[in-house]
Design a protein. Structure first.
Length: 125
């Protein structure tokens, strides 16, 4: 039994100048949206009344920013950071498969995701 898997890697085709310009315009539009400031309440679901610190940078021309957020407090942060908090900080809930001996298997099944933090906008209320 062989564990080597063959891949057919196709060479990337070169983008035309028009396609490069279009991609750069889309990226710039996304960046302009992500840097807009939003106001909301930070919720620490994992550790109520706790705080969290993290460093964030998504676009290469931006500087790294460190955020320190406390549960229940109101903050004004960039929309990209709020999206990160709401979409990227969930952890998978795993269910281990049990073999015929009653032991946990090496592989796991991801049942769902558990949200750790939330940023609730107060601008839409």
């Amino acid at each position: 039994m062989s564990f080597v898997k063959e891949f057919n890697i196709k060479p990337r085709k070169k983008l035309s100048d028009a396609d490069k310009k279009k991609a750069e315009d889309l990226r710039q539009k996304a960046r302009d949206t992500d840097i807009k400031m939003v106001t909301g309440i930070f919720k620490n679901i994992e550790v109520p009344k706790g705080d969290v610190s993290f460093t964030y940078r998504i676009y290469k021309e931006d500087n790294y920013q460190t955020y320190h957020l406390e549960d229940g407090k109101t903050y004004t942060i960039p929309l990209g950071v709020a999206k990160y908090i709401n979409n990227m900080t969930a952890v998978p809930e795993r269910e281990y498969a049990i073999n015929e001996k009653g032991e946990k298997q090496l592989y796991t099944i991801i049942k769902s995701k558990r949200q750790r933090y939330q940023f609730l906008s107060t601008e839409y209320m």
